[in-house]
Design a protein around this ligand. Sequence first.
Ligand code: B12
Length: 259
Amino acid sequence: MVSKGVDYSKILKRYDVEAQNETSPEAIAKKMLPTDAVFKKVAEAVLYMKFKEVGPAVTEALKTKKALDIINDGLVAGMEVVAKLYADHIYYLPEIMMAAKTMEIGIALAEKQIPGGRETKGLVVMHAAEGDPHDIGKNIAAVMMRSSGYTVIDMGKDVAVTDVVAEVAKSKPMLVTGTALMTTTMTAFPAAAEKLRNKNITIPFMAAGGAVNRDFAESFDLGIYSEKAPQTPPIADKIKAGYDWRKIRAEWETIVGGV
Ligand code: B12
């Protein structure tokens, strides 16, 4: 009811409620989703957690697009919108978990179409840090590495520093990666790198995940940084070409440029 003579501009407004009403998954998605109709359909299946629709969308996309592009430009693109919605408090944890599950169903399907049987480019050991249960980003990075022709030993999540060091000593990979999403777990990386150096192992140790930045990753010997999962294959290609951790650091921007 509006009364005459009352100045409504002086009445307290709930700006947070107003903002909530103005933003919606659809509005944000409009700005972020891929423009290509095929990739968009795949990304939307992830964004709206459509377990049953993601399979048919990926199968349809495989008729015209490459499997790796479907993963990067469709499935992961959809997950990036989900992450933005979470950051903006529009989506919550259950949506993140369901969207990740939807993405994984799609990735499993697309991955089958990536030509196998190629000679491996090299061996990589991947893990999520001791005490850290967050492995969605690592799983995406592992898919990117496998699809680019690397063999991956995925040690899983919450992997003890001593187990990482033992695995690296045993399997002699060209690169070891660690993921930390918690500030309390990222200290496992310098600890593991030191133990590796004590064994005269000098392969690059890639520190990644939301808790880590480039400064931290480069604060200990062997440490190199990767911000996004798709940056890992180009970095690995340079290691294969003979770059050590110092050279990767020196040329980091050029190596990951554009990815
Ligand atoms: C999903 C989630 C969980 C899930 C994890 C499920 C799983 N299987 O991963 C569950 C429910 C288990 C969980 C638990 C907890 N969580 Co949690 N969680 C999240 C959440 C919402 C999303 C993370 C995610 O998967 N994002 C999507 C992926 C795709 O993004 P990403 O991991 O960042 O990956 C990208 C990059 O980082 C990078 N990347 C990641 N890994 C790798 C690896 C390589 C090699 C490369 C190259 C790149 C790369 O590439 C990806 C994109 O390309 C975040 C919030 C957030 N904004 O990140 C909190 C968050 C990480 N959680 C947090 C916390 C505190 C917890 C708990 C301690 C909560 C609690 N009090 O119980 C517990 C952990 C308890 C324990 N010790 O076991 C905090 C961490 C705070 C901090 N700075 O330390 C966050 C940031 C939430 C917050 N804002 O407070 N969580």
